[in-house]
Design a protein around this ligand. Structure first.
Ligand SMILES: [Zn+2]
Length: 119
């Protein structure tokens, strides 16, 4: 058996163990670092919206003033995924107040709905 070193994409720890498989057969890994925000991760995601690097970009774009549809188009993920990532990042960032700026972003009403009410 050949052991391949796996690094946690969240905390860069090398203390990672294999943790079973997804229903689609992809190998799951578990980070053994107690301080790590994330425990289970995959090395190869089928879904772009799950890739840590893409999720970081979603938050960065929101902080730079990009709209939800904007972000979705550029990163090639769906607008609902963008919203889900932003909601989760808000919960995870209570320890880092500088990311809280995106909170007003998810609550903005859709333009179509407000126009109807004005008439
Ligand atoms: Zn970790």
């Amino acid at each position: 058996m050949v052991s391949v070193p796996v690094q946690c994409p969240y905390c860069q720890s090398m203390e990672v163990i294999r943790a079973g498989k997804q229903s689609n057969g992809a190998q799951r890994y578990q980070c053994q670092n107690g301080q790590c925000a994330r425990r289970i991760f995959l090395l190869q995601y089928q879904d772009r919206g799950r890739v840590p690097e893409v999720r970081r970009q979603v938050v960065d774009m929101a902080l730079n003033g990009s709209g939800i549809r904007d972000t979705a188009r550029v990163l090639r993920i769906s607008p609902t995924t963008v919203i889900a990532v932003l909601k989760k990042s808000r919960r995870a960032s209570t320890r880092q107040p500088h990311v809280a700026a995106s909170s007003s972003f998810t609550r903005r009403p859709r333009p179509g709905r407000t126009r109807r009410r004005a008439r």
